[in-house]
Structures are given as structure tokens and as C-alpha cells.
Design a protein around this ligand. Sequence first.
Ligand code: FES
Ligand code: FES
Length: 174
Amino acid sequence: MSERGPALTERGQVLEERGPGPVRVTLSINGTEHSMEIEPRVSLLDALREHLFLTGAKKGCDQGTCGACTVWVDGTRVLSCLTLAMTCEGREVTTIEGLAEDGELHDMQQAFITEDAFQCGYCTPGQIMSAVALLEEGHAGDDAEIKEWMSGNICRCAAYPHIRAAIRAVRDRA
Ligand code: FES
Ligand code: FES
């Protein structure tokens, strides 16, 4: 609404002002540039899922509490539901779709299969993106540390012991 109040149509209906219109944004996702027109308020998660149809990152809560939407921005894990897509211009975004190389699963993806670290699988992309980052960060010294640094990723199926087993397996292989 402007300082003078809402605009009116010829028939006297109130026109809601909806803020800035779409802007053109170019995002580098898994090494490929994608250009799209989005409103500035669009989250990275919605840009990935709704505009690029990369549906690996999941929308659990859309408010930063479940971790299902975890991706990396410049190698650091972020909650894509709380990240504005336009703030990622000029940065490298990595999603679960970008983890496998040349058709080979990442070690962590394979370990989740081997250790039976999921049931419904809804949280799994976020768990895996966090788990790989956790090892990079050096936060997988023991189970207590793994629990603490994976605590942002909720699993409603309570696969936690198996998720920790997968993380230990990859850690101990390194
Ligand atoms: S969907 Fe982002 S934290 Fe739950
Ligand atoms: S495997 Fe179902 S929510 Fe984690």
C-alpha cells in the first residue's frame, strides 16, 4: 500500500500492491547455469523445486526446523527454505542431484543404502547433504558429536542409529 492508501480500479475495487515484480536471476546449480524470472521473495527451495524441477531437496516445514531442504551454497550447508534464491547469484549451489559423479553414487549415498539409513526417505536428501558436510567440517569425531551436528535434520521415521552408522562407515573409510 502506498502512503496515500490502496489504489482503486475504475469500479472502485481495492488493488493490493504486491511488492516488486519478477526479476531475472541466474543461478549456478550443480555446475550448470540456470536463468529464470522470479519474484524477489522466492526461496532457493522453491526456485529449485518449482522453477527448475530439482525436487531432491524436500519441503518439510518451510520454516527452518526440519532440515529436509538442506543444500550447499559455496560448499556450506544451508536451509534452502530460509535462503532467498536471488542471494545465491554468483555462488555455487549443490543439491543432492549433484552429488553422484559419472553415474557413481557418492560414498555417503551408498552408505545410506548399505546401512539401511532410511525408511520413508523424505528426510534422506537433507540428511545426506548434511552428513557429507559434517565430515568436511570435522564434526564426526564420535556419536555425541555426530548427534549434535546432525541435530538440525529431523527424521520422523527415527532412523537415527542407522544414519549415524552410515556416517561412521564413511568416516572410518577415509
Ligand atoms: S523445509 Fe527447510 S528446514 Fe524444513
Ligand atoms: S526416513 Fe522417513 S523421515 Fe527420515
